[in-house]
Write a protein that binds this ligand. Sequence first.
Ligand SMILES: [Fe+2]
Length: 341
Amino acid sequence: MDTGGKATVLIVDDEEALRKVLRKKLLAEGYRCLEAGNAEQALEQLRNNKIDLVTLDVKMPGKSGHELLSEIRAAYPDTAVIMVTAVIETSTAIECMKNGAQDYLCKPFNLDEVILSVNRALEIKRLELEVKKYQQQLEQRVKEQTEEIRKIFLGAIEALIFALEAKDKYTAGHSRAVNKIAMDIGSQLGLSGDELEDLHWGSLLHDVGKIAVDPAIQNKPGKLTPEEYRHVMVHAQIGPRIVSPVVNDKIVEIISHHHDHYDGNGHEQTVSGEEIPLGARILAVADAFDAMTSNRPYRSGMPVSEAKEEIKRYSGSQFDPVVVSAFLEISDTALAEKKRD
Ligand SMILES: [Fe+2]
């Protein structure tokens, strides 16, 4: 918007003679001018032109200036409005100013006063727009910095997980392998970009709660006692608490439910079937596959083909059949690759 005489002014008034007088004066001051004899014409002009300021007659046949003001404020918030009224309608004009008009002029008006008012209204609007732009830039910067901090924090948690896993050669690379397999299943199932992003973080961070698990119990050769099992399973409750300040609720839910069984028979689970978040159902398959095919101190990892058969066997009970079908689409070679690199 340029207040130096290049702005476009729309004169809305049902009196043609008045429009002519105003137009002549505004043109002489260097403004571009458009005219409208009623509200419909005014809206048409607003639709087709970039208008900086409207001088708006309050009393017009058909839709009043008062009503038109609300529409302009809603659809063209960057356009300044000056109400034009007869002296006796001053209270209406004041009401209009409360509703967002920048100024009002009483008929018959002094043309120099009109120009002063137009210049002032355009200057106020220019400042308003500058403040708005500054606010938007500021909001954008805050948003970018928040995202930056979030990434740094998530990166730190990720590094913590890798460090935890690296302490033990049997679990090293587990989260990364689970992440790769889960992402492949997610793509097979046609998940959206946002869903894949949630799955990415959910799968990478799913075992962060293991920080609270006793390594002696976690790596115990052979079957865990019920008490030991309960202790290990606490990680699915602690993990969400660790990451919830920096990740969205969907990621938290994926981590919370990653040990849920599809048929509802898992450890202390509260939901079953489709109520388990899809990301968690995917993660359950990827997690189980990686666990079965990894070496443990007390046993060697299962061959890929055998682990696939095992997953198939639990389709519909422990695992979601739809997720299992998508998982089985991934070739043995591709699965073996994901575990290696
Ligand atoms: Fe887990």
